[in-house]
Ligand binder design. Structure first.
Ligand code: FAD
Ligand code: NAP
Length: 745
């Protein structure tokens, strides 16, 4: 594209899991509506498709990964900018930057923030304030207003007409109460009016007669809300199947566990509506600004005569996985055990895999990713709800819809053109991720009940940000939950294929050392249990841990799971961007903090150190302290014997364990940070005087933050400095890579 076109700007994205890319594509799409022309590229194509040195206007969207590192696709670009360059190297350039991150992590939006600073240092100027979108509260909360504000800023900078109008309004529609005809269904109660014309909007607001809904119901719509779902046990473990029926008001949820026991919960559909489906004031009385309907762009055709062998189709259509350092390898389970007692709050499992056939090489502290499928019965439930269960194994062809209004429309790369719905929904699409607002906007087009339609409008509107977060994101509702809650919504399956995100692999920390375990890799995990509650309409296990748990039980019984990847084994790949390693210098003391399954990498560290001690007999090794925590001494104390053994052989110098739920004297430490405080003076001396390195692993949401605070407190106390000075000290330890975290939400 010529760089001289007046309305052109360069649009760059650095994406790890596809979110920054999707947002950039949305910007490019919307740019056209603004009569702007986005020249969009991945940051990895620097010096191939774009040269910053030749540009005058660039918009950058980038995520952050790991412990504040750039996504793999941005590494080359970042490295290039980090080189010694003159201060005015980019003084010709004007930019806008949107960083994506997660505030549960210490280095929130670090890639975006570092890039922002570097661009400034090189003389580039912002033409629009940088935006920081937080996945902890929902990226959309910051992304939507940032994009709205981008248009006037861009137009002002490019000296194009229309800047003063503000770009955002023209992309939105305002919903109010008149008559609307959608999808050949005439609905009363709402109308859709194109805005950008402010007088229309305010006139309509004055006439607003939005129905006030009580418990989401209105008498005249009783018929449409009668539809309910029966969720019954299928032939598979730990799951359930949904059957939609209009003849019953009951929801039966039958849970079956691995050992065959089951329990049933029954709910009357007349009271099943919960917050997600209920419109209440003030939102129910508000005029809403909802996004434009995303144009449909995919067409699916069933070919019952044609057979398709899904075993021949590469996993996720052969598309590379984010963070993959090796190809995906099928591994076989060589050992499994449950680490916790039957009465433990969470069930932890240990799995050992045979990796002789793979390219995977690892160091203690590394993690690898498990490529897992969705739960088979949940897929069936969803396809039942979409009314396509009978076609689940029929050959399906996907193509781009002719005459689609979506520009540059294409089939998602991770979805094969020819396969089956079972294949697509089991292995390609994430059916658990809470639906984004754009998908809710699509769903409302296929919803007949006026109250449900209004509620979907609320949830995808700007005014509904808070309720979207509270009722959809926080309880982690799946697309099936949404459809179960909005029973008059019947979207075609192709619209879901357009909007459901890619199914992502799940990383697990290696909990072994290659010095002691050859050709194998082991890890531990907690089976995540998620109850039907708070808008969730069915009980589920964590997507990956549920599958691992089932697969492991197949292994126990000596039978493979032929329904998933053909042989019941576990596909994994090695990951890039890893830095959670022990120092090369074995004399450096280590302070390890890992409650729960967060202890996993430290088991690898200790096994490794144990082996090194046997070979490097003349070496004086640094002290190793472990702060571990669990709930009950006798139920979930992971690796108790191994840790005791490492302690007795001095591989481990000190082991401080806290039990959070045992009945102990009130002054006993409950959490790892309590033990840290208790031994504060020694810990500070180990760090200050002997250059110890701190490692924290486990929960990011609470534990990692509380541990950080504990370090601030003990440094302040022991050194007689203020909390502010102490915080700076901890920050310096982080910058010097002496305070390392591997934490997850
Ligand atoms: P998912 O289906 O992804 O469900 C988990 C999500 O469900 C949560 O994020 C939360 O949003 C939601 N949720 C969970 N419980 C509830 C609830 N009660 N109610 C409502 N919503 C709920 N995990 C380990 O166990 N061991 C490891 O060694 C390990 N190492 C990791 C290393 C790295 C580098 C990273 C990034 C993560 C690691 N994890 C580890 C986490 C792991 O990757 C998975 O996230 C975890 O196992 C859950 O995956 P899942 O697919 O079973 O759950
Ligand atoms: P967990 O739920 O974190 O619980 C372990 C112990 O920590 C319990 O005794 C718990 O006590 C306690 N705890 C709760 N809140 C705490 C706080 N604010 N500070 C300190 N301790 C606290 O353990 P888990 O179930 O094993 O989960 C660990 C988490 O780490 C999971 O999210 C897992 O996915 C993740 N993980 C990440 C990595 C990685 O990133 N490399 C590796 C392994 C695990 P109470 O429950 O009694 O309050």
């Amino acid at each position: 594209m010529p760089t001289s076109v007046a309305n052109r700007f360069l649009l760059l994205y650095g994406s790890q899991t596809g979110q920054a890319k999707a947002i950039s594509e949305e910007i490019a799409e919307k740019a056209r509506d603004q009569n702007l022309c986005a020249d969009i590229h991945c940051l990895s194509l620097t010096e191939k498709r774009f040269f910053l040195e030749r540009e005058k206007c660039v918009v950058i969207v980038t995520s952050t990964t790991g412990d504040g590192e750039p996504p793999d696709t941005a590494l080359k670009f970042v490295r290039r900018l980090k080189k010694m360059l003159p201060d005015d190297h980019l003084s010709h350039l004007h930019y806008a930057l949107l960083g994506l991150g997660d505030s549960n992590y210490t280095n929130f939006c670090n890639c975006g923030k570092s890039l922002d600073k570097r661009l400034q240092d090189l003389g580039a100027k912002r033409f629009y304030e940088s935006g920081w979108a937080d996945d902890a509260v929902g990226l959309e909360v910051a992304v939507e207003p940032w994009i709205d504000g981008l248009w006037p800023a861009l137009k002002r900078f490019l000296k194009l007409p229309g800047a003063e109008l503000g770009g955002g309004d023209a992309e939105n529609i305002t919903v109010d109460t008149h008559i609307i005809s959608t999808n050949n269904t005439t609905l009363t109660g709402s109308t859709v009016i194109e805005t950008g014309n402010k007088s229309t909007q305010s006139d309509i607001s004055k006439n607003s007669t939005v129905p006030i809904l009580t418990n989401g119901k209105k008498e005249e719509n009783a018929e449409s809300s009668q539809m309910s779902c029966d969720i019954n046990q299928s032939d598979c473990n730990n799951s359930c199947v949904t059957q939609t029926t209009s003849s019953t008001n009951k929801i039966n949820i039958v849970h079956k566990t691995e050992n065959g026991t089951s329990h049933t919960t029954s709910t009357d559909s007349s009271i099943k509506k919960c917050g997600v489906a209920v419109s209440l004031p003030p939102l129910s009385e508000s005029t809403l600004t909802v996004p434009l309907l995303p144009p449909s762009f995919l067409k699916i055709e069933f070919h019952p005569q044609q057979s398709v062998n899904i075993c021949d189709i590469p996993r996720q259509n052969g598309c590379d996985f984010p963070s993959s350092a090796t190809p995906v390898t099928m591994t076989t389970v060589s050992e499994i055990k449950t680490l916790t007692s039957d009465t433990a709050v969470k069930k932890a499992m240990f799995v050992e895999l045979d990796i002789k056939e793979s390219d995977i090489q690892y160091k203690p502290g590394d993690s690898f990713s498990v490529v897992c499928p969705n739960d088979e019965t949940e897929v069936q439930s969803l396809l039942t709800r979409l009314n396509v269960l009978s076609e689940i194994d029929t050959c399906v062809k996907i193509s781009v819809l002719e005459n689609t209004k979506k520009r540059n429309a294409s089939i998602p790369k991770f979805v094969p053109e020819v396969s089956t719905l079972r294949h697509i929904f089991t292995t390609c699409l994430d059916i658990r991720e809470p639906p984004k607002k754009a998908l809710l906007r699509v769903l409302l087009e296929y919803t007949s009940c006026v109250e449900e339609k209004r509620r979907l409008q609320e949830l995808c509107s700007k005014q509904g940000n808070e309720e979207y977060a509270r009722f959809i994101r926080e309880p982690s509702l799946s697309i099936l939950d949404i459809l179960n809650n909005f029973s008059s919504c019947h979207p075609p399956v192709d619209r879901l294929i357009e909007h459901l995100p890619r199914l992502q692999p799940r990383p697990y920390s290696v909990c072994c050392s290659s010095l002691t375990l050859t050709g194998k890799i082991s890890f531990i995990f907690n089976v995540v249990d998620i109850e039907a509650d708070n808008g969730r309409t069915y009980y589920r296990k964590g997507m990956c841990t549920g599958w691992l748990g089932r697969n492991v039980s197949f292994y126990r019984k000596g039978i493979a799971d032929p329904r998933v990847y053909g042989d019941g084994n576990i596909p994994i790949f090695g990951r890039t961007n890893q830095s959670f390693h022990m120092p090369d210098d074995v004399t450096v003391p280590l302070i390890l903090i890992g409650p729960g399954t967060g202890v996993a990498p430290f088991i690898g560290f200790l096994d490794h150190r144990c082996s090194e001690r046997q070979t490097l007999t003349d070496t004086e090794f640094g002290e190793v302290w472990l702060f571990y925590g669990c709930r009950h001494k006798d139920r979930d104390y992971l690796f108790r014997d191994k840790l005791a053994n490492h302690l007795s052989t001095l591989v481990l110098t000190k082991l401080h364990v806290s039990f959070s739920r045992d009945e102990l004297p009130s002054e006993s430490p409950r959490y790892v940070q309590d033990n840290l405080r208790l031994h504060g003076a020694e810990v500070v001396s180990l760090i200050e005087e002997r250059n110890a390195v701190i490692y924290v692993c486990g929960d990011a949401k609470n534990m990692a933050k509380d541990v950080n605070q504990a370090f601030i407190d003990i440094f302040a106390k022991c050194k007689g400095i203020t909390n502010e000075e102490s915080s700076k000290l901890i920050m310096m330890l982080r910058l010097n890579r002496r305070y390392k975290e591997d934490v997850w939400t």
